[in-house]
Design a protein around this ligand. Sequence first.
Ligand code: FAD
Length: 853
Amino acid sequence: MAGSFDIVVIGGGPGGYVAALRAAQLGASTAVVEKDRLGGTCLVRGCIPTKALLQSSELYSLAKAGAPFGLVIDHLGFDWGMAQKRKTAVVDQLVKGVEGLLKAGGVTVVKGDAKLAGKGVVEVSGERLQAKDILIATGSAIARIPLKGAELTIDSDQILELREVPKRLAVIGGGVVGMEFAAMFAALGCKVTVLEMLPQVLPMVDADLVTAYAKHLASLGGEIHTDSKVAEVVKHKGALQVRFSTGAEGGSVDADQVLLAVGRVPYTLGLDAEKAGVKLERGRVVVDAQLRTTAQGVWAVGDVIGGIMLAHIASYEGVCAVENIAGHADRTPDYHAAPNCIYTEPEIAHVGLGEKEAKEKGIEVKIGRFPFAASGRALTLGQSEGFVKVLADAGSGKLLGAHIIGPRATDLIAEATLAIQNGLTLEQIDLTIHAHPTLPESLMEAALAAQGRAIHVANRRSALPARPSPAGAATLPAGAQAKVPVTANVQNREQQMVAPVKPPTTPPSPAVISANSLELNKGNRDFLLGLHRQMQLIRRFEERAQEQYTKAKIGGYCHLNIGEEATVVGGILALKSNDYIFTSYREHGHAIARGVDPKAVMAELFGKETGTSHGRGGSMHMFDQSLRFMGGYGIVGGHLPLAVGGAWAVKYRQEKDVVFCMFGDGATNIGAFHESLNMSKVFDLPVVWFCVNNRYGMGTPVEAASAVADIYKKACAYDMEAIQVDGMNLREVMLRTSEVVEKTRADSQPRFIEALCYRFKGHSVVDPDKYRSNEDKEKFRKADPIVAFEHELEKSGLADEEYFKSVRQEVDAQVRDVVQYADDSPDPKPEDLYKFTYAGEWDDRPELRAEPI
Ligand code: FAD
């Protein structure tokens, strides 16, 4: 069908058909050429069919877990054929819908394969269409890699047409497409194994969200192998086998189907683009800021131009392009608020800046988190896994990023997207009335948490001392406008409660800690150097705390764990984000390792309002509910029974979390220790006892105070699996702890780890430290865990002295800031001294409060 149009769009996907509809609205005579079905990849092979099937798998999971909701199901089965039928019906309905919209909009639809055939001419099956402007929206195609045995694999199109659910599915590629199929099939009872070449699946997602997702997949029996390069796929014993290597080690996975999901590439086959003067670069059509190609009158949008390959981005670009063509606007696409949704179980969605990105760009941010476990709506839904995290500019409070994992995360992201697009602040979000009970309340709470004002979780930190923020306009992303920083002498106490937080210092963990992820090789470099920096930070923090104590800025006692950094970092970073930590009163380093802001920790030691417990815990009690960090308890060993209580709660709720209880050798001679171990064993509680045997007891070397110098043997007496590890060796502590914790997660059996180390300090800062010989002290100092780790890193070529020096300087500056922050922070008001003493319980219940002193 020949004809003449203002605009001819090639490709009827979400980029093309939306552009055509907008062009028609603007009065342009428009045609869209489509060689397959209208709706493109999105409607026919992508977004829609996958989500229709994911709805089936989600429903199945919900029904399986339906008993506590009152569901009585005699036999629950899954009919894949029926789910496929429904998927097809949904797709057909939407494709028809697009046909109807185009017809109603007056857009001419031309069926066939289009190519560019000279200036202003598009040729379709020999027919010529004249166009003033041409818009290329030909999308993308499945990427292929030269993999031995690739012909045995299936791709994302073929997996949608499977006749049955495979018993075992291997997924090569941990991107969005791979992970969505992994989630779908794992929920249907298929044993899923994911193989990803990079250190993290879903590399564009913040590490803490990925860890939470990996945990869920693991609970369904799924496995993720990162840093794993697939070598070949072969036929094996009537099925398939994927062979891969992780570092120097080889591995294999048996599977009935292997999905190859290694990405998509722009599609221009048969378009004769270059002949028409359209420049291509590695297959993608090159466009300028307004979406013009290098050929006059030819524009391009969507997957074919690369960048963010998502349906809503294609549509957005389509609208921008035709508005530019029609001259109604001069639109430059702005991607700073482009949301990304991943329909795994639980769902993941994010928009704007991530933590790592903020750090790399040197933007000082404050972060707020809110767990769905504290959301009324999530609990009524029975879907309380996950959390909302927001990042805002520390100075202006402008929302820069939002990251959600949990129920309907993909819907929840809309509010944050609107806020980021329009430069709204945390305060503007929390001043907006959110209906109750709803999931979006969680975004409001996260916004409040970032300001130290969350209502439904305890706050990690609060009041910003009156100091101008170092984050001025220069640190904001392009397009964002800086507001006046929080000024000095703010009268309103609420307004004072704004704390700038440096990007967290906790290094992102690999989804699974393994010998491979701890190997001293380049692939693990960032992670290992992150661990080293963390140890240095804790060391320097403690050294400075000691100085501050001698200046009488810290009240009561100050207990330091200098020398124990390998046990602290190795032990705590081996845990998952949902695990609980119950620890002793020597916990500043423990809190920092868990991700608590060092500023809030120092402020707590100083007894300031901005501290983790608003200055009420002092040097003894650090607490952060959102990080599941249950800090110290004044009585030696008194927190062991509390850990038993915590583990009971986990067991009772049938969660898969582990309670990690850290204590020193001084706690192992008391009744509470024995009773706690006994009870945990008798009732099969998921607790890992972690004894930091620093050989300093309560002022007595343990070998002098106890008949059994090897403390782990005490646990053997309760028929408990127990090991002893070298607590001066970071990698050993981390690997062994991770193994033990994961075993406990799997079978809910208590286990015991004794980490043999040496603390350089006595019981407290003022301890004269006479009970060790100078030779002993000298000997152990030589085994300094940080120095030992530096030697390992240096020997393997991952870092050198120059690097260590720069880390020391950087950490030194950071800790200087930390002390300054604590110095500048306000004291609690005398009339508020009873506030916050019991996790906020007193706040709303004045009748519980004593008269002010
Ligand atoms: P396409 O949708 O690929 O459309 C291009 C169209 O052009 C096709 O219909 C093609 O037949 C036609 N065409 C190509 N060449 C010619 C020619 N020469 N002549 C005529 N017609 C031609 N994105 C999301 O945002 N959310 C999701 O949940 C999501 N899930 C996905 C799941 C899967 C399994 C896959 C594969 C993709 C998913 N995507 C998702 C990505 C999304 O589908 C694409 O980003 C989106 O479809 C791109 O739109 P487009 O218009 O640029 O290209």
